[in-house]
Design a protein around this ligand. Structure first.
Ligand SMILES: [Fe+2]
Length: 159
């Protein structure tokens, strides 16, 4: 049994679960990979693990947005705003300091996990249901263009 002190220091870990599925294969696979990358954030390798995560967030957001746009999702603009707010918030957090310690890594992980779960279970889920009822269960994989990636990437300060 871990002591209270150990519990406080233990990394905040949230594993992907099937309950997070929105029933669009590509989106679910990308969400699963995001949880994996958040879990992999580590103080000793923070620069590398963070860069990989941010790249993948941009990939995922722009793919999801491309699918929403292509499929004519009515709440597309509203959803885009949520992704932008998230990116701006994370960009600000990262810009506030370049120093890392265990607490700051955990703070970031906690925020990312909470945001992801809240966002997926509310807004992505709404899209998944809408998509299923308008386009059926088989979404074709999408690949966002470089231009679609560009805006989000700039919010994180990565090209
Ligand atoms: Fe989303």
């Amino acid at each position: 049994m871990a002591t209270e002190q150990e519990n406080k220091r233990a990394p905040f870990v949230v594993e992907w679960r099937d309950g997070f599925k929105i029933n669009i294969q590509q989106t679910d696979d990308e969400h699963r990979h995001l949880f994996h990358l958040v879990k992999a954030l580590d103080l000793t390798t923070i620069d590398k693990t963070l860069e990989e995560l941010l790249e993948y967030v941009v990939t995922h957001f722009s793919n999801e947005q491309a699918l929403m746009e292509q499929s004519g999702y009515p709440a597309f603009e509203q959803h885009l705003k949520l992704h932008e707010e998230f990116s701006a918030f994370v960009g600000e957090f990262l810009g506030s300091s370049s120093e890392w310690n265990e607490d700051r890594v955990q703070e970031l992980r906690r925020f990312l996990n909470k945001w992801l779960i809240g966002h997926i279970m509310t807004h992505d889920m709404r899209f998944g249901k809408w998509f299923g009822s308008h386009h059926g269960p088989n979404a074709l994989p999408v690949q966002a263009t470089q231009a679609q990636r560009g805006f989000l990437a700039r919010l994180f300060g990565i090209r």
